[in-house]
Design a protein around this ligand. Structure first.
Ligand code: G16
Length: 555
């Protein structure tokens, strides 16, 4: 049987959403975090991803989701992030279906749908429920409407949450699908804020409240994105517990332009809207366009700007969990580990090792990190770019819960209450800038640390990142962990020889981006000059040996 028998309207509707001519023979790929491209060529993709989300929901008998965002990408781009029934990213086994659908010519779409339904043994008469949300891009409203139309066509029920951060959408789906995780009234936008505020309150309850009220504000660069809108509501609920000053809202500038987590972390430059003279000593952080990433930064008294990236956040979090497990005498029973990617600074790795925290490596992309973090009872994963979270296994939460009534020691009671509150605060579904930022703040308060004191836990090895445009980024191949290129052969040889002659502790790698049309370059060395020179030389090698377009990279 074909889906056409149930939905004859497909014959009329699909041609209205054909792949745009501008797409040419370009193959759309479900990259690091879903489809991402210029918004103008994504109409058909959104219509079809609405259908796919419904099929996934019918298959799982649970709500799935579709987030309309291109996150850190420039304003003219857009993208789809599909959310799975557990609140995480779409199962990787379904990415191929997403690609088949997105790339099919109009007359082939029904055939692809039928294949998915048959292969996955989907009962199309099942209800399919999907949640949609979107970021602030100009194109987002129209594209989310197309996704909704596609979903309705296959008989889906659609709830459109409008403007939300990506992690909020993931949170809603996790809470709606899994009653057992919804300990309060947390399955709504207001519920999400309540959950965070209540957990933050618990984590800071040991501190003199007057002192909290007197604490300097956290200045938040919202990348001119949706984070500004949501954070304003959260800040209101936090009240005097944490003063938040919002900068770079959607009204006062172009999304992600010279600001936001990507800019701060990749360019190593302070965001627009912050200045050396006016902001010395102020504690600040930057979100990205859909608020699933956060990095911290500050100007010191001399006016020098410092970045505290995802690695440093992971180390701060790891310290907290290691200490609590030790106090509770659970360190040998409950495993704790940190997952990093090739971008992690060597100094962060050394710090974790020196503090006896296990460290594992994953490929770039939260979907890979998340998976790897499941190897631990408490798995912390962070990409250097600020994307990450902490996951606690259900059996750990149960174990702690059972311990609660047996404890008499005050120190242990406090540690247990802390770890439970942390579990409530940290988004268990996906990396979440708002919840991560609150956890950082709670820990700084607990330690009574300034941002400079946190920064001093280790010093980053000098590094540099850049990107190169090439005609076809798929020609660049890497090893599984992305630390070395395997093709083109000439590029592989060039990078190896450049690293070998760049002095002790130098390393560099290249990898095709899964979100932008570019090849990324990372270099680390003993000095900043060395890292800069190595990154430039490797970028030139990419341009020369992998089909660079435009002028060769220059300093
Ligand atoms: C996405 C992914 C991240 C990844 C980043 C860059 O972030 O969710 O895991 O690190 O893209 O990926 P790439 O180097 O392949 O372009 P976001 O915040 O843009 O969704």
């Amino acid at each position: 049987a074909s889906i056409l028998e149930k939905v004859p309207r497909l014959m009329d509707e699909l041609p209205k959403h054909s792949k745009p001519a501008a797409l040419g023979d370009k193959v759309l790929s479900y990259g690091t975090a879903g489809f991402r491209d210029n918004a103008d060529i994504l109409g058909s993709t959104f219509h079809r991803m609405g259908m796919l989300a419904v099929l996934r929901s019918k298959k799982e008998h649970k709500i799935t989701g579709l987030m309309v965002t291109a996150s850190h990408n420039a304003a003219p781009d857009n993208g789809v992030k599909l959310v799975d029934a557990d609140g995480g990213m779409l199962a990787q086994s379904w990415e191929k279906y997403a690609m088949q659908l997105a790339n099919a010519n109009t007359e082939k779409v029904v055939e692809v749908l039928d294949t998915i339904i048959r292969t996955e043994k989907i009962d199309v008469d099942q209800t399919g429920n999907i949640f949609i949300a979107r970021d602030t891009r100009v194109s987002s409203e129209h594209l989310s409407e197309l996704a909704r139309e596609g979903a309705l066509l296959l008989g889906g029920n659609v709830l459109d949450f409008g403007l939300q951060t990506t992690p909020q959408l993931h949170h809603f789906i996790r809470m709606w699908n899994h009653e057992q995780y919804n300990k309060g009234d947390w399955a709504s936008e207001a519920g999400y804020y309540n959950m965070l505020v209540d957990a933050f309150k618990q984590l800071t309850s040991g501190v003199d409240q007057k002192k909290l009220e007197m604490r300097t504000p956290l200045y938040v660069d919202c990348a001119h994105g949706v984070g500004a809108i949501q954070l304003a509501k959260l800040a209101k609920d936090l009240g005097d517990m944490l003063h938040i000053e919002i900068r770079n809202t959607p009204e006062d500038g172009e999304l992600n332009f010279e600001c936001g987590a990507e800019h701060a972390q990749k360019a190593r430059k302070h965001p627009a809207g912050f200045s050396r003279d006016a902001d010395r000593g102020k504690r600040a952080c930057s979100l990205d366009g859909d608020a699933d990433r956060v990095v911290f930064h500050y100007f010191d008294v001399q006016g020098e700007w410092h970045l505290l990236d995802g690695d440093k956040i992971a180390c701060l979090f790891a310290g907290f969990f290691a200490e609590k497990l030790k106090t509770l005498e659970l360190a040998s029973e409950i495993s704790l580990g940190v997952v990093q990617t090739a971008y992690a600074n060597g100094a962060a790795y050394n710090y974790l090792k020196a503090n006896n925290v296990q460290v594992a490596m994953a490929k770039t992309g939260v979907k890979y990190c998340h998976h790897k973090a499941l190897d631990y009872d408490i798995g912390i994963y962070f990409e250097a770019n600020g994307h990450g979270t902490v996951m606690m296994k259900d059996h750990v939460v149960d174990r702690l819960h059972k311990m609660e009534s047996t404890l008499t020691d005050e120190k242990k009671k406090y540690a247990l209450a802390n770890i439970t509150a942390a579990h409530q605060l940290i988004n268990q579904a996906v990396g979440d800038a708002l919840s991560d930022a609150l956890f950082v703040e709670a820990l700084l308060i607990q330690h009574d640390w300034s941002i400079a004191q946190w920064d001093a836990i280790y010093q980053d090895l000098p590094s540099r990142q850049t990107k190169v445009k090439i005609a076809d980024r798929t020609v660049v191949k890497t090893t599984e962990d992305e630390t070395a290129a395997t093709a083109p052969e000439a590029l592989k040889a060039a990078v190896e020889s450049l690293v070998a002659s760049a002095g002790p502790n130098a390393r560099a790698f290249v990898r095709p981006s899964g979100t932008e049309d570019a090849v990324r370059v990372y270099a680390e060395a003993e000095t900043q000059e060395g890292a800069d020179a190595l990154a430039l030389a490797v970028a030139k090698a990419v341009h020369e040996h992998a089909g660079g377009i435009g002028d060769a990279p220059s300093a």
